[in-house]
Structure formats: C-alpha cells, structure tokens
Design a protein around this ligand. Structure first.
Ligand code: MN
Length: 447
C-alpha cells in the first residue's frame, strides 16, 4: 500500500530547512467543464511529493517547531456522497493516510490561527497566497522560499522516487513494445493513443504524464502535435512520444518507426543520424557535465550528419553552429528534467557552472540522482521548406535540391530517460529497441 507515512522523511527534511515559518500547501483544485462535470483529476505535484494523497480539497499545514503535519479534509457532505462519491471521515483518513493530526476543513481557521502564533511568517506557493490571506488574516506570507526549496528537493530523486520512475519507465517500455509490434497501415493516430493508454491502465498507471503524440506522415514535423486524426499509410513513419505516471512520477519516451515493415532509404538515413546523436549524448551524460554542453554537442553532431548527407553544404561546422543553422532542423532543446512533472522543476535552483544556453530551459549541471531525458531530433519543417524567402535566406548553407528529397520523412526523434548516478547514468528505457534492425524485426510481428 502506498500511503502518507512514506513521505514523512520529505516533510521532515522540508521542515528542517524552513524552521522559522508555518508551511501551507493546498491540493490542486478541480477543473470543471460543461458547467458541472469535473475533468480527470490529477493532484498537484508538490502535494503528491509531500503526502502521496490523491484526494481533492485537502490541505496540509506543517508545523516545524513541533515537527508535525496537520491534514485538513473536507467536511462530509451528503450531496457529494450522492453525486460524486466517497469521502473519508477523520478516523478513516487517519487510518488510510497514516496521519496523526487530521481535522475537518471547518476547523481550518481555528487550528491554523493557533499554530501560526509561534511564527512570524507563513510559507506557501504563489498560487495559494490569496487563499491563505483570506483565511488566516494578517500574516507575513512568503511565496518564494517554499517553491525554491521544493524545486531543489524534487530535482534530486530519493529512493522512493527512483523506484517509481523505474516502474513508470518499465510500463512505458511495455506500451511502446506493444505499439511497435502490432500497428499496421490503416491505423489512425488516435487509435495508437488508445493503444498506449490501454497498456498503461492494464499495468496500473492511471495517468498519462502528458497527452500522447502519435504523428504519421509529415506530422512528426509538428513538435507538440496532438491533433491525432490522421491515418497511417504504408511508407509513413510514425513518431510516438508518450508517457505514463506511477504515483505521479513520469516517464517520457519517443520512438520513430515505420508504419509499414521497413524504413525507406531516406527515412533510414535520417533515423541513423538521429540515433547516433542519441547514443553519443547518452554516453556524455555523466555527473559534473553541464547539460547545455551536451546540447551543444548534439547540435554539432546534427550539423556533421547533415553535411555527410549533403543537405548542408561543406562549410566549417563551427561556422554553421554559430549561425544557428542546426536550428532549422533541430529547433528544440536536447532534453529536460523529469520527475513528478514531465517537464520537471529544478532549473534555476540547481547549480549551473556555465552560462545557461539561450535555447535550453534545463540549463543545469548534471548531478547524481537527477533524471533527464535525451531526445535529439531532425525535422523537415514546412516553415522553412515551403517559404521562398527562407530558402533564399539560407541558400548559401543548404543544398535545397538535396534537402527536398528528405521532406516527406517529416521528422525523427528518439528519446530515453536517464538517471544520473555517481559514476555515469542508468538508461531507464534501455530495454526498448532503437536500432534499425531490431525495430524492423519487431515490426515483422505485426504482419
Ligand atoms: Mn520529453
């Protein structure tokens, strides 16, 4: 069973760092559509991190001076029981969540007013400031320190976090293997989304970590493509970028493979180039290295490969890099931090020994127990290929007549999830095939 006491160490650590204030964290509010229908609820990552509780309308108050947590739960509402479902009373909540101090929400103001007397400030998240001001009255409210402290703590995964991330990766690998060994021409992108979700749910992962990107034909060239109405044809590639969560902890994988049995020559050339970058960047992801340096390495490698394919002209790599020519084909960062959020917190609070990269949100030094994705891609973007103005602008660098032969490839991205260790890294998604021969072997099974 997964319950409240497991997170005690985290709460105690937090109280240790923030001894001089009362700490208040609110569960995520419900999101409503159609007037009165809630959308699928996903708890706030900070609340999950500190409590593992997935209930709605809960509140947590931490009292560092007595090293104690107080859980506030909604008062029992008979109409809620009729329309929505179960509610716990305080005795049930104590038992279920292993919490010692459980109160009904109606006692919130009374209890918190008493607790705050020993402090001269309340720490909370920016989004909860209005709530705490409204209910606790005059108090100094600090909305910066708690976020910074939690971001830092969450960036370094503890044993429980690592266990759940490995579990999420394992389930995700299963789902990808299922997709790669079953889909056939004629399948719609939304059916591939459903296929992934079926495997996630069958394995106990209730939530996706984000909306699945299943992109056929030219659609991989749209980076965050989620429309997913198109039908996959023989000769297409499908770019599948998907992930599930285990108790909030995310996985995030991308594979690109043929909708038919095999890669075409042009598809394979781009695929092998991307795979080479993926493998080299995984090797380079060791503690002490700045993530932005690996990103730069990826950009240069992509330039070299595009030169080998004669898509780029034979100009000095450094010159092409400085002119940002790689950005026409690789317009995103190499990867991101991964954890309770798929684009996880940490950048800005983790040490960063060198200047942040202008095109990389996750400019951080890689350190043990951080989890990052490595996801290089090569894309043939309509905005450049179909604009005479852009073609003219870059004609001194790009052999457009050669590049045009690759336009139908759409795009390729290959993404794995790495746990940085003391010695190097563990690729948590390694079991999922990515070499051309292994993919084609798996694809055979579908026919
Ligand atoms: Mn990703």
């Amino acid at each position: 069973m997964y319950s409240f006491p497991l997170q005690r160490k985290r709460r105690e650590k937090l109280m240790n760092v923030m001894k001089d204030g009362l700490i208040y964290i609110k569960a995520k509010d419900e999101i409503i559509r159609n007037g009165d229908v809630p959308v699928k609820y996903r708890q706030s990552s900070n609340f999950l991190y500190l409590t593992a509780i997935e209930e709605i309308n809960y509140h947590l108050v931490l009292d560092p001076k007595s090293n104690q947590g107080h859980l506030f739960i909604p008062n029992i509402d008979p109409m809620y029981l009729v329309w929505v479902g179960r509610m716990f009373n305080t005795q049930e909540a104590k038992k279920k969540f292993g919490a010692k101090q459980v109160h009904y929400y109606s006692d919130f103001e009374k209890v918190v007013s008493k607790l705050k007397k020993r402090y001269n400030r309340i720490y909370t998240m920016p989004e909860d400031k209005a709530f705490i001001k409204r209910h606790v009255g005059k108090s100094k409210v600090d909305t910066i320190t708690l976020k910074k402290t939690l971001d830092f703590m969450r960036a370094f995964k503890d044993a429980e976090g690592i266990r759940l991330m490995k579990q999420a990766s394992h389930i995700n690998v299963k789902a990808f293997t299922e997709a790669m060994s079953t889909i056939k021409p004629g399948i719609y992108e939304y059916q591939v989304q459903a296929l992934m979700e079926k495997v996630y749910r069958d394995n106990g992962a209730i939530h996706n970590s984000f909306q699945t990107i299943a992109a056929v034909g030219r659609n991989p060239a749209v980076l965050h493509y989620t429309t997913c109405y198109d039908k996959g044809k023989n000769g297409d590639l499908i770019l599948l970028d998907a992930g599930c969560e285990c108790h909030g902890y995310a996985s995030d994988i991308t594979r690109t493979f043929p909708v038919g049995k095999t890669f075409s020559k042009t598809q394979q050339a781009i695929y092998e180039a991307t795979l080479d970058v993926n493998k080299k960047c995984i090797k380079a992801s060791v503690p002490g290295v700045a993530f932005q340096h690996i990103h730069e390495q990826a950009c240069r490698l992509i330039i070299e490969h595009l030169k080998d394919l004669r898509i780029l002209k034979n100009i000095d790599t450094q010159e092409l890099y400085q002119k940002d020519i790689h950005r026409l084909f690789f317009p995103h960062g190499l990867g991101h931090l991964l954890g309770l959020d798929v684009h996880d917190v940490g950048a800005g609070v983790i040490p960063c020994s060198t200047k942040p990269h202008k095109h990389m949100r996750s400019s951080v030094d890689l350190l043990p127990n951080m989890v990052v994705t490595i996801e290089p891609g090569i894309y043939f973007l309509e905005v450049y290929f179909k604009s005479q103005k852009e073609r003219n602008k870059y004609k001194q660098y790009i052999n457009w007549s050669v590049a045009d032969k690759y336009y139908t490839v759409g795009g390729v991205r290959i993404e794995d999830d790495l746990l940085i260790t003391k010695k190097g890294n563990i690729n948590m998604t390694q079991k999922l095939v990515k070499d051309v021969k292994d993919i084609e072997l798996l694809r055979k099974k579908a026919f």
